[in-house]
Design a protein around this ligand. Structure first.
Ligand code: FAD
Length: 117
C-alpha cells in the first residue's frame, strides 16, 4: 500500500512538472493551431493519465474549468489554478500563482541560439 502511494506521488510530481513546464514554454501569442494543440494536449493528458482515480477526478476539474489557451500567461495561470484545485482536494497547501513564472524554467530558453551546438 505504501509502495503504491509512493509511486502515485512520484508520478504526480513528474506529471505536474512536465505540465507546468509545457505551459511556461507556450507562446505568448499562440496561433489558432497552437491553441488547439494545447487544448488537445490537456484533454489527452487527462484521458490517458496512468492513475485512473486521478484521471477521473481531473476530468471533472476540466469540465468545470476548461484549459485556458489564449496566451502563455493564461495557460500558466490556469495550470496553477487547477493544480491548486487538486491540492485542495488532497489537503495540500495552496501554491502562490504569482510565483509561477519564476518557478518553471526548463533551461531551454536559448534553444534557437544553441540549435547547431
Ligand atoms: P505536487 O502536488 O506533486 O507538486 C509538486 C511541486 O509543484 C510542489 O512541490 C510545488 O513546488 C509545485 N506546486 C504545488 N502546487 C502548485 C501549483 N498549484 N502550481 C504550480 N506548481 C505547484 N494523487 C492522489 O492521491 N489522488 C488523486 O486523485 C490525484 N489526482 C491527480 C491528478 C493529476 C492530473 C495529477 C497530475 C496528479 C494527481 N495526483 C493525485 C498526484 C498529486 O497531485 C501529487 O502530485 C502527489 O500527491 C505528490 O504531491 P507533492 O506534495 O509532492 O506535490
Amino acid at each position: 500500500k505504501l509502495g503504491n502511494a509512493t509511486a502515485k506521488a512520484e508520478l504526480g510530481r513528474a506529471a505536474w512538472k512536465l505540465m507546468h513546464t509545457t505551459f511556461a514554454r507556450f507562446p505568448e501569442k499562440p496561433t489558432d493551431e497552437e491553441k488547439e494543440a494545447l487544448r488537445q494536449y490537456v484533454h489527452l493528458f487527462q484521458r490517458l493519465y496512468p492513475c485512473g482515480e486521478c484521471a477521473e477526478h481531473f476530468g471533472q476539474v476540466l469540465k468545470k474549468y476548461p484549459p485556458q489557451v489564449s496566451s502563455q500567461k493564461a495557460a500558466a495561470q490556469w495550470g496553477c489554478f487547477v493544480h491548486n484545485v487538486v491540492n485542495k482536494r488532497l489537503k495540500k497547501p495552496e501554491f502562490d500563482c504569482d510565483e509561477i513564472a519564476s518557478h518553471y524554467d526548463c533551461g531551454c530558453a536559448d534553444e534557437d541560439k544553441d540549435k547547431d551546438k
